[in-house]
Design a protein around this ligand. Sequence first.
Ligand code: SF4
Ligand code: FE
Length: 480
Amino acid sequence: MALMTGDEYIESIKALGLEANLMGAKTGTLPDHPLVEPSIRAVAATYDSAQRKEAASLFRVKSSLSGEEINRFTHLHQSTDDLVNKVKMQRYLGNVTSCCFQRCVGLDAANAVYSVTYECDEKHGTKYHQRFRDYWSRAQTEDLVVDGAMTDPKGDRGKRPKDQADPDLFVRVVERKSDGVIVRGAKLHQTGMLNSHEMIVMPTINMREGEEDWAICFAIPTNTKGIRYIYGRQASDTRKLEGPKLDVGNPIFGGQEVMTIFEDLFVPDERIFLCGEVDYSGLLVERFAGYHRQSYGGCKVGVGDVLIGAAALIARMNGVEKASHIRDKIVEMIHLNETMFACGIACSSMGHETMAGNYEINMLLANVCKLNVTRFPYELARLATDIAGGLLGTLPSAKDLEDPVAGPYIKKYLAAADGVETVDRMKVLRLIENLVAGAGSVAYLIESMHGAGPPTAQRIMIGRQADLEGKINLVKSILE
Ligand code: SF4
Ligand code: FE
């Protein structure tokens, strides 16, 4: 069963019996809840795309562990071409779904854990790498969705984990047993967690001596006893409960984030990939973040393509597509979008082999990629809002469009260019609204800022990686 279909995947998630707290109530078995359903459809697109002939070369790849054909979302990158194809695949899916398709975090976590466990074993004589290979072979063979969980609540940002008023504000080992550990804590902002079969939990910062209990990395099934999920709200989310799809903006797909709580969870030895080796915690954070900063050069660009298309289409519907200032704004949007893509491709092409044999991105360029992503989607959203016009914020509801009294007025007074149906104009406006101010803006804007670390984190890495002394020496050698 190396490659599941989207429907098989959805059935496999239903079988897990996951539940969450959502707006003061229990969801019942997911993913049937109408708020959650669009998000599982987006993940299903990662499976269905692998079944499409035109996308097969992006999605199907030979496993380095088993030699079998697997989905690229579980692949350990074997070349810079693999890294490039990952970004292209993400752009493709951004085009298909216009939202976060949630499956990249586990891919990025796996590639980071694979190389870090190898290096940790070399230094400390631990046995983590083979364990992880065994674990990940199953994820590949069974075509699983694995969430990568990194962000701890962190409490008082000025204090180390052990100095917090509540030590659980960073995920930690509270008890060591003969065959495993007991873990307590929480992970925030967990993209797609409820659509995942498994999760890989990683430390959130570089741990220091004395912080061994917080230097823990492990994998567990999402339906393990002792895990609680609390669903994150998104702007305009309850439109998904109202009935008509028009007001939702993106009628089929959506993203999802949850708070994940570990209530004294038992993790058996065979699922532990780091436990107390503080000197490898920072490297794991850095590598995972690096891969995820590369990812945004694909997925956000794919969604950007949709936003550019929607801006161009609404301009056409409004009868202004030939106006020079509109054309100029569309070109600006394209330029910004392709600049992010160029960074995603560049950090992939300039990647290198790790000691473990998988490929890592160029860290400097991956951070440049993500720093651009913290800015450019906001500018794309501003330009789309400018082109769309004020109706973006004042459009009547779908139910009023269907109303026998209000409906005819809406059709009459929201008519635009010849041949354009008012309802079609409303659909395009709602899609733009979804991305710039609605549920889709969680992934397109807020996540572009904070996902894989906020801009300051990228600036620190850029400062570290850029070899400033080397540049100063260039000046000296020119002037001598
Ligand atoms: Fe993948 Fe992008 Fe969603 Fe992150 S934001 S999981 S990279 S689609
Ligand atoms: Fe993300």
